[in-house]
Design a protein around this ligand. Structure first.
Ligand SMILES: NC(=O)c1ccc[n+]([C@@H]2O[C@H](COP(=O)([O-])OP(=O)(O)OC[C@H]3O[C@@H](n4cnc5c(N)ncnc54)[C@H](OP(=O)(O)O)[C@@H]3O)[C@@H](O)[C@H]2O)c1
Length: 255
């Protein structure tokens, strides 16, 4: 363990699986006390917390359905209680807005309910997470939002998702300007194709996988740990002069 984040606290939404779990594990390995949220995957969250503990880290899990932004203040009240028990205070140093629901809905098949669900989790929740986090966030803290390569190269089959991720890029920029006076950096990490449940169906199609690898300069699918490494940099002291940026981590997709 590097201990670069020793004494820091972090909250990672959607830490029960995929990229969020990898980010949480990396921040814990770097010494932070990490809270993860889960929605449906309680067992996944418990497994992630146990894995972080086994590796020598400190972690705990909280339930939150981020479809409902109204539930966010209660999530932070619970975070306060859990952090107070573990650290003696409620200061939060690192907020990672990672949670995401499936986004495959385009012009031919989308419904207004699908629009609302995608935008609620991918764009609305991160904004209100920051609003609730503000009174707990340390000066010099970090906010890291998960965007997507699709935010700038939209896919028709995921049109609403692409638009929600473009919104995250814009919010990242706006929040960086607003919070800079407190030394808080706000950045987005935009993964390309990364091996998680979110694109399991795509990975079952050998021709699509071949096409994606051929379109990727580094010639392979991304791993959650590839994205976690970028988040860890932004969270660390080395990332202190980077703010308001959308950093694509895609292995060079369609350069
Ligand atoms: N994988 C990729 O190729 C890729 C590419 C670009 C961007 N991204 C972005 O990276 C982030 C993580 O994606 P991933 O691939 O790791 O996804 P994933 O493996 O499908 O995991 C999604 C996570 O979000 C949580 N979640 C889903 N719906 C939720 C809700 N209504 N309320 C609260 N939490 C909810 C899940 O919790 P439960 O399991 O508990 O339900 C899970 O922890 C997302 O923002 C995604 O858009 C992914």
């Amino acid at each position: 363990m590097s201990q670069a984040l020793h004494g820091k606290t972090a909250l990672v939404t959607g830490g029960s699986r995929g990229i969020g779990r990898a980010i949480a594990e990396r921040l814990a390995a770097d010494g932070a006390t990490v809270a993860i949220t889960y929605n449906a995957s309680r067992a996944g969250a418990e497994e992630a917390v146990a894995a972080m503990g086994k590796a020598g880290g400190a972690a705990f899990a909280l339930q939150a359905d981020l479809l409902d932004a109204g539930s966010i203040p209660a999530l932070f009240d619970e975070l306060d209680r859990e952090l107070a028990e573990r650290t003696g205070g409620k200061a939060l140093d690192i907020l990672v807005n990672n949670a995401g629901n499936p986004g495959w809905a385009g012009l031919s098949d989308a419904t207004p309910d699908a629009w609302d669900a995608i935008v609620a989790v991918h764009a609305r929740a991160p904004f209100f997470m920051v609003q609730s986090a503000l009174s707990r966030l340390s000066d010099g803290g970090r906010i890291i939002n998960l965007s997507s390569g699709l935010s700038t190269r939209p896919q028709p089959a995921a049109a609403i998702y692409s638009a929600a991720k473009a919104a995250i890029n814009t919010l990242t920029h706006a929040l960086a300007m607003e919070l800079g006076s407190r030394g808080i950096t706000v950045n987005a990490v935009a993964p390309g194709w990364t091996r998680t449940d979110m694109n399991a169906a795509v990975r079952e199609n050998a021709d699509m996988v071949k096409g994606i690898e051929a379109d990727t300069a580094l010639g392979r699918f991304g791993e959650p740990s590839d994205i976690a490494a970028v988040a860890a940099f932004l969270a660390s002291d080395d990332g202190r002069w980077v703010t308001g940026q959308v950093i694509e981590a895609s292995g060079g997709y369609r350069l």
